[in-house]
Design a protein around this ligand. Structure first.
Ligand code: HEC
Length: 193
């Protein structure tokens, strides 16, 4: 009897996994152009808008504060979905996306021989923590016409963990941004949890 239930649960879990895997792969296969315009734009409005709607209680925290308490190891685990397309190894080769070792502080769209989108090529500047945060929040909102077919990570703490992990992928990690000394927002946030 119990065995039967276990088998059924297994079957349900199995098919859920299969459906999720299909989602990942079809994302990888189908060009992102189908969804040029998602339901909303969020380059600047995201802090108060989508974020606040999803988690009404948590006040938005500045990235330096989140980075100061971020966990690179958790970040590594959270980059599982990225590994379909990216190598994180030193000297790693391009996959569907460019290799990401040393990406923090690297000029955008600069891996030689990689076929970046025009939007990425036109973006300019180096990958700062802040730019990475915006890009990972919503690749399509940050780089119009990006070839990175990844929906984005809505959870600011997870993004900080991911960025903290990316920062470690360097012979000479870029220093973390300074946390404003008496940031009033930092006090209550540090207390909760
Ligand atoms: C479905 C494949 C795919 C997935 C999944 C994916 N990426 Fe990408 N990524 C790309 C492609 C393709 C590009 C090049 C984008 C362009 O040219 O517009 C890219 C570009 C990037 C860049 C810019 C690199 C540079 O050299 O300028 C960063 C940073 C990045 N991705 C981080 C991530 C992170 C972090 C994740 C996981 C949270 C992730 N990507 C998931 C395909 C992917």
């Amino acid at each position: 009897m119990n065995m039967e239930v276990n088998k059924m649960a297994g079957a349900v879990l199995g098919s859920l996994l299969a459906v999720m895997a299909l989602g990942v792969f079809s994302d990888a296969i189908y060009a992102p152009d189908a969804m040029k315009k998602p339901g909303y734009d969020l380059p600047a409005a995201q802090e108060g808008g989508a974020e606040a709607a999803a988690k009404p209680a948590a006040p938005a925290q500045p990235l330096p504060v989140l980075l100061a308490k971020a966990d690179a190891q958790k970040g590594q685990a959270d980059t599982k979905p990225c590994t379909t397309c990216h190598s994180f190894d030193k000297g790693g080769a391009a996959k569907i996306g460019p290799p990401l070792y040393g990406v923090v502080g690297r000029p955008k769209g600069s891996v030689a021989g990689f076929g970046y989108s025009d939007g990425m090529k036109a973006k300019g500047g180096d990958w700062t923590f802040d730019d990475l945060n915006q890009f990972i929040t919503s690749p399509k909102a940050y780089v119009s016409g990006t070839k990175m077919s990844y929906a984005g990570e809505a959870d600011a703490e997870k993004r900080a963990d991911i960025i903290a992990y990316l920062r470690t992928l360097s012979d000479n990690p870029v220093p973390l941004p300074a946390v404003a000394a008496a940031a009033p927002a930092a006090a209550p946030a540090a207390e909760k949890k």
